[in-house]
Design a protein around this ligand. Structure first.
Ligand SMILES: O=C(O)CCC(=O)C(=O)O
Ligand SMILES: [Fe+2]
Length: 277
């Protein structure tokens, strides 16, 4: 068994996950163990590239290093997105006010503590620190999205055993359930730390695992161009086994994107970083 756990070779890449998709069953599941990857046919299409910043004055003199993790939905990692200074500022800001994180209750819509999310968090507004305002401005420049309507950034610290069960970031329509959860067209996660073991952000329906990398950004669209939820974006944060995981999440709202991400006739067309496909 130990041999199997350690073996990350191709032998396992097409294997079907053996664990049921249960938010409380993040520990030791196949996605978190890193033994499942998208098939070769998907991986061979993925690219690394420098974002074309020619027409983005704010980023003209920077190199934005993009690595695709999946195409549809478009999941990308932006390497070396944050500076060491920004990372230290955000951690120092959050630390004195860290509190147990909560989730939106499906029936009442209220924020409640939950066994699906074990972490400590704090919030920061762009106006509260110029470092955060600059980060939001960079995210906006890279994604082309309006961040003035986005939620405040959520700074999260996961200790050993901390995790976030599988969930959607945007609301899921449930018949007979009057509660409308917030709509989030896209999510941007900043990793403020590496994690020695565990702590991957996983998308179990498409077998994608993103391992935290200090300073990197992770971005994906939760919605198709039609505004429908992309069901393949269900994701979670794996338990931290060794070390501490720090992230800063920006949940981006559809409001304000009307002239930036145009609706398309095709109900199932995908949003992508840059132009749509
Ligand atoms: O901790 C992670 O890797 C995922 C966090 C997440 O899903 C969120 O903040 O919405
Ligand atoms: Fe999430």
């Amino acid at each position: 068994m130990a041999g199997k756990l350690m073996n990350l070779s191709n032998e396992y890449e097409e294997e079907e996950p053996s664990q049921p998709l249960n938010p409380n069953n993040m520990l030791n599941n196949d996605w978190c163990r890193g033994v499942i990857r998208p098939p070769e046919s998907v991986r061979s299409q993925l690219k690394c590239f420098h974002l074309n910043t020619t027409f983005i004055p704010f980023l003209r003199l920077t190199r934005i290093k993009v690595e695709e993790m999946y195409k549809r939905p478009h999941i990308v990692v932006i390497h070396e997105f944050l500076s060491e200074f920004e990372i230290q500022i955000l951690k120092a800001w959050a630390t004195p006010g860290l509190e147990r994180t909560q989730v939106v209750n499906d029936t009442t819509g209220a924020y409640i503590p939950s066994k699906d999310r074990l972490a400590f968090g704090n919030w920061i507004k762009d106006e509260q620190h110029s470092a955060m305002a600059t980060i939001s401005r960079r995210i906006s420049a890279i994604t082309g999205l309006d961040l003035s309507t986005a939620e405040d950034a959520n700074i999260i610290r996961y200790g050993v055993g901390g995790y976030y069960g599988h969930h959607y970031d945007t609301d899921v329509y449930v018949v007979d359930n009057p509660v409308i959860k917030p709509k989030r067209i896209a999510t941007w996660i900043n990793y403020l730390s590496d994690v020695e073991a565990g702590g991957a952000t996983v998308f179990p329906y498409i077998n994608v695992a993103v391992w935290p990398e200090k300073g990197a950004g992770l971005f994906w669209y939760n919605m198709l161009t039609s505004g429908l939820i992309d069901v393949n974006t269900i994701h979670g944060g794996c338990p931290v086994l060794v070390g501490t995981k720090w992230i800063v999440t920006k949940w981006i709202r559809p409001t304000g994107q009307e002239f930036r991400k145009l609706c398309e006739n095709n109900l199932l067309s995908y949003n992508v970083l840059g132009i749509n496909s």
